[in-house]
Design a protein around this ligand. Structure first.
Ligand code: AMP
Length: 279
């Protein structure tokens, strides 16, 4: 496994492989890798000749400075994990290497997808995500990139980004990887106290109940149900939304001819956890 800190060295190495028509798969991450990340990397390894993983905590997608400061960093373990599963290249640039001039986002419009849910609660978040993903796509020029459905809205934003900016990269969504008790794996889970960790599976348990109700209860009743469920816990419900998968527009009634998903964001003692489920 080769580690790159400088983009020009990576660009040079990849250009030699591209001349030989090698397929390049790319998995962007912010590190503190877990089995969810691992499933994306494995998917890339199985379907490409060369897999590039980036580890970069992108400052422009954090609207909360404290969240950025406390973002877990486990580089040594990350590199071991990547080496063990057969990753080829790891790209670990500094902030200066990526944002030479100024640490700012570009402004994008993604037909409103970016304004729903996470977009409402994390102002500027998707501009930051799109800025870094576009920068990485320009450096790596992968054939295919892999994103988790755990961040479903991000996945849809990245698909829109490639469409709008005419970027010839295939974007593949990978299923959410969960702990045995159902909690969606997340780098932020490391920060949960023992007590918070034991409460967190309630998020997925509630989502599963919603799936059970989808054919019998109205959307309004499901919203009410979720609100009441969380009111009995110390988990603070930030949003619960049922939306159509492609537009991410909130629905007032479920149309089963379309794909719908329930999305949730919860705050546990300053740690934000998100999850979603297909209805
Ligand atoms: P992050 O390091 O949190 O930016 O995540 C990097 C990629 O891994 C993103 O595409 C995430 O959606 C994906 N990912 C994170 N957690 C999971 C999970 N539990 N299951 C599947 N994919 C995930």
């Amino acid at each position: 496994m080769q580690i790159f800190k400088k983009k020009n060295a990576l660009i040079h190495c990849l250009s030699l492989l591209k001349e030989k028509n090698k397929l390049i798969g790319f998995v962007p991450t912010m590190g503190a890798l877990h089995k969810g990340h691992q499933s994306l990397v494995k998917n890339s390894i199985e379907n490409n000749d060369v897999t590039v993983v980036s580890i970069f905590v992108n400052p422009t997608q954090f609207n909360n400075p404290d969240d950025l400061k406390k973002y877990p960093k486990t580089l040594k373990e990350d590199l071991e994990l990547l080496e063990n599963i057969g990753c080829d290249f790891v790209f670990i640039p500094t902030v200066e290497e990526i944002y030479a001039q100024a640490v700012v986002s570009k402004s994008y419009s993604f037909d409103g997808i970016e304004n729903q849910m996470e977009g409402k609660f994390r102002k500027g978040h998707f501009d930051g995500v799109a800025t870094i993903v576009q920068a990485f796509f320009e450096i790596i020029k992968p054939d295919t990139s892999y994103f988790g459905e755990k961040d479903f809205q991000q996945l849809q934003v990245v698909k829109k980004l490639t469409e709008k900016e005419n970027i010839p990269v295939k974007v593949i969504g990978c299923p959410i990887y969960r702990e045995n008790d159902g909690l969606a794996m997340s780098s932020r889970n490391i920060r949960l106290s023992k007590e918070q960790r034991s409460e967190a599976p309630f998020i997925y348990q509630t989502l599963k109940k919603v799936v059970g109700f989808a054919k019998t209860k109205s959307v309004k009743d499901m919203y009410e149900f979720v609100k009441n469920e969380f009111a009995t816990t110390s988990l603070e419900l930030e949003y619960f939304t049922i939306a159509e998968e492609n537009t991410l527009a909130e629905v007032s009634e479920i149309n089963f001819d379309k794909k719908n998903r329930a999305f949730i964001a919860v705050n546990i003692g300053g740690i934000r956890l998100i999850d979603n489920i297909s209805l």
